[in-house]
Design a protein around this ligand. Structure first.
Ligand SMILES: Cc1cc2nc3c(=O)[nH]c(=O)nc-3n(C[C@H](O)[C@H](O)[C@H](O)COP(=O)(O)OP(=O)(O)OC[C@H]3O[C@@H](n4cnc5c(N)ncnc54)[C@H](O)[C@@H]3O)c2cc1C
Length: 429
């Protein structure tokens, strides 16, 4: 089969697909990008609460270490091929200045995710990528020699190089319905079971409705299963209509969801991770001594949000009305235990669809980390969340999508150019 006229096909116009398309086209290969939505970068638009935390500041080696061991090893080449500095340079060259917050998170300085998407789109126009919106790819065609094309809206398009950038299986309304996982499985790939990550957590029994909107700052959340700690995270926690959300719950949700598959998972919260129990006891004692005539409920307002105090004290059988100067030592010890290790309840649910990322995906051992090429199907490349990669919050996931997209686009273009017109690459670089 001659393939001169066959373009490189990119499936999915999220962070990974957009960068893959740009990189491949900028090297001189013809590229068609298919997106089922009527606009590109839907998830980018909602990321970071509409502000888009595009990447994380710092050495790429440090960014890499935020991923689990096997993910981090896999990402090494990609992270150094297209770094956080490259992401910022790319955006800044399109007029989108970026800003690193003190916590390392990098945002467009306008605080508008739409600016990031527009910048990426302008890169595509510049290098003549054909963008097909409202075009759901139905299947990938392969034969014994590898990729042969795709079927889109009932029509076959021949292609020998396809980049799968279809994202995960959460936030399905944004278009990520897990199509890539089904195709990868049908083509012989293993897909590591899909699980929610960075998802809110529902608790059993539910916590009081009146707590909605309360934020606990800089505590430590622990998840336990069968008496063993499965994960923990120090950070903020927010009470919502669903249960708990915010940085700490989102961070432990992945391990908690996995542990739930084999048994009950319970959560505990330490309000003061920076103080050991005796230091907290001393601090509390001091507070009580200097407010001896006040009721315990009032005294604790200095430590715990108002709306929670009565409920929490009742849970440890201490009266909110007890005056400080008559508080028994045993009751003070109970309050310290509560503040250091509040038993929040059991995890009722963690929904895949509510995860900011999908953990699991196409097995990394079946993808070459230097090219993002499938080790199973020649001509197939994979990038972004369709892979078994899920990082923490902070811009890590978009960086992973951009870096793997860059490598996938570059490798597909190199192969395309090698097999078509080897002089072109040199001429255009
Ligand atoms: C609410 C929310 C907030 C987030 N905030 C951040 C953040 O601030 N920083 C960060 O780093 N990460 C964030 N993430 C995670 C991050 O957005 C994703 O990890 C990243 O976008 C994944 O990029 P991707 O290109 O692999 O997939 P996606 O961006 O999901 O793109 C995949 C695309 O493929 C398309 N597609 C799927 N199937 C087909 C098909 N059959 N035919 C055609 N098109 C198809 C989909 O419509 C979709 O547009 C957030 C996620 C969510 C849900």
């Amino acid at each position: 089969m001659t393939n001169v006229a066959h373009p490189i096909v990119i499936v999915g116009a999220g962070g990974a697909g957009l960068i893959a398309a740009w990189r491949a086209a900028s090297m001189g290969a013809p590229v068609i990008l298919f997106e089922k939505n009527t606009k590109v970068g839907i998830k980018l638009l909602i990321s970071g609460g509409g502000k888009c935390n595009v990447t994380h500041d710092g050495a790429m080696e440090e960014l890499r270490r935020e991923f689990s061991h096997h993910e981090s090893r896999f990402l090494k080449h990609a992270f150094f091929s297209f770094t956080n500095a490259d992401v910022r340079r790319m955006l800044e060259a399109r007029g989108v200045a970026t800003l690193a917050r003190p916590n390392g998170r990098v945002f467009p300085s306008t605080g508008r995710a739409a600016d990031v998407v527009e910048a990426l789109l302008s890169l595509l126009w510049e290098c003549s990528v054909k963008v097909r919106l409202g075009s759901r790819v139905e299947s990938i065609l392969i034969d014994g020699n590898g990729v042969r094309g795709i079927v889109v809206q009932g029509k076959t398009l021949l292609a020998q190089h396809v980049v799968l950038a279809t994202g995960g299986a959460s936030y399905r309304k944004t278009g990520t319905t897990g199509d890539g996982f089904l195709w990868a499985t049908a083509m012989g790939h293993s897909v590591v079971p899909l699980r929610p990550a960075l998802a809110p957590i529902g608790l059993r029994p539910p916590l009081p409705d009146a707590w909605r909107g309360i934020a606990l700052r800089d505590g430590c959340l622990y998840a336990y299963s069968a008496g063993k700690r499965v994960d923990s995270c120090r950070g903020d926690l927010l009470f919502t209509h669903e249960g708990i959300s915010g940085p700490a719950p989102l961070a432990v949700s992945r391990a908690a969801a996995q542990a739930m598959e084999v048994g009950d998972v319970s959560l505990r919260f330490d309000f003061f991770p920076g103080l050991d129990p005796s230091a907290l006891d001393q601090a509390l004692n001091q507070l009580i001594r200097s407010n001896g005539r006040k009721q315990l409920g009032t005294i604790l307002e200095a430590l715990v949000p108002n709306r929670m105090i009565e409920w929490l004290l009742t849970s440890v059988h201490v009266s909110v009305q007890t005056r400080g100067h008559v508080l028994l030592r045993a009751d003070r010890a109970a309050v310290v235990r509560l503040l250091k290790s509040w038993e929040m309840g059991s995890v009722e649910r963690i929904d895949l669809d509510r995860g900011e990322v999908t953990a699991g995906g196409v097995a990394l051992s079946e993808v070459d980390p230097h090219t993002m090429a499938s080790r199973i199907v020649p001509g197939l490349y994979l990038a972004g969340e369709v892979l078994d990669i899920a990082g923490p919050i902070g811009g890590y996931n978009l960086q992973a999508a951009f870096s793997t997209g860059f490598v996938a686009g570059e490798s597909a273009a190199r192969e395309w150019l090698d097999s078509h017109e080897s002089g072109l690459l040199i001429a255009r670089e």
